[in-house]
Design a protein around this ligand. Sequence first.
Ligand SMILES: Cc1cc2nc3c(=O)[nH]c(=O)nc-3n(C[C@H](O)[C@H](O)[C@H](O)COP(=O)(O)OP(=O)(O)OC[C@H]3O[C@@H](n4cnc5c(N)ncnc54)[C@H](O)[C@@H]3O)c2cc1C
Length: 240
Amino acid sequence: MSAYDTRIEGHEMIVEGTMAFHFEKPPGFSFKPGQAMDVVLVDPPATDPQSARHAFSIVSAPFEEHLSITTRMRDSAFKRALKSLAIGAPIRIEGPFGSLTLHNNRARPAVFIAGGIGITPFMSILRQAAQDGLPQRLVLIYSNRRPEDAAFLAELQVLEQRNRHFRLVATMTQMEQSTRPWAGEVGKIDETLLKRVISELPAPICYLAGPPAMVEDMHRVLNLAGVDDDDIRTEEFYGY
Ligand SMILES: Cc1cc2nc3c(=O)[nH]c(=O)nc-3n(C[C@H](O)[C@H](O)[C@H](O)COP(=O)(O)OP(=O)(O)OC[C@H]3O[C@@H](n4cnc5c(N)ncnc54)[C@H](O)[C@@H]3O)c2cc1C
């Protein structure tokens, strides 16, 4: 794994409690959509030197000029330090790594199942696919508590219009706590929803990202819906 010194170019809140951070893309850094990298603080807080690094999916696509990550802002020493960095501050990245990347057989559709901020690896894949005009069927089943928490929802709706091979199925699981209108699916992703989506697709390969309990449950439900373990891909991402 290679290390690169770079700089923070900006950050912003994108939905409630969720921030995007943008870095200069170092010369020579290349990655595949869906991969991750370690973000390493050059000057970690003296009180907690153990919290100097954190792994994030790269949410930007390779064709984009900048490198970006997105995360729920839980109260950790690392995230507090990252948020407090000034624009232009030095930062180190290490990577890329990970194999949650799109399979090569374009005849087989991909079904991405994302819980909350687990959307990040799939955003990179979907942005690059739209840019390249990829003629491969892609379906995203995206679960959030409320529209207020759903990162990139508007962009995904635009991507669905731009890319006729891409279909978005978004569901909200806590609409009773929302103040926004929502006309899409409600309730957790379950066997009925998965079967409805998957039955329309020839031999799909399914990708999972989200809270660990969700990834585990979705794996089981995919098996119940008739998807073989060989056709289910995920990566462990703990400590958020
Ligand atoms: C491959 C991968 C990449 C990741 N990349 C990142 C990253 O770049 N940045 C980052 O911050 N985190 C990342 N994560 C971490 C992960 O997504 C978090 O653990 C998770 O998102 C928790 O926070 P949340 O607030 O988004 O989820 P929540 O809001 O708690 O849940 C999201 C949705 O999942 C539903 N859900 C929860 N549990 C279940 C269940 N058992 N069955 C069905 N539905 C369920 C909820 O109802 C809700 O709709 C990644 C995880 C994986 C596996």
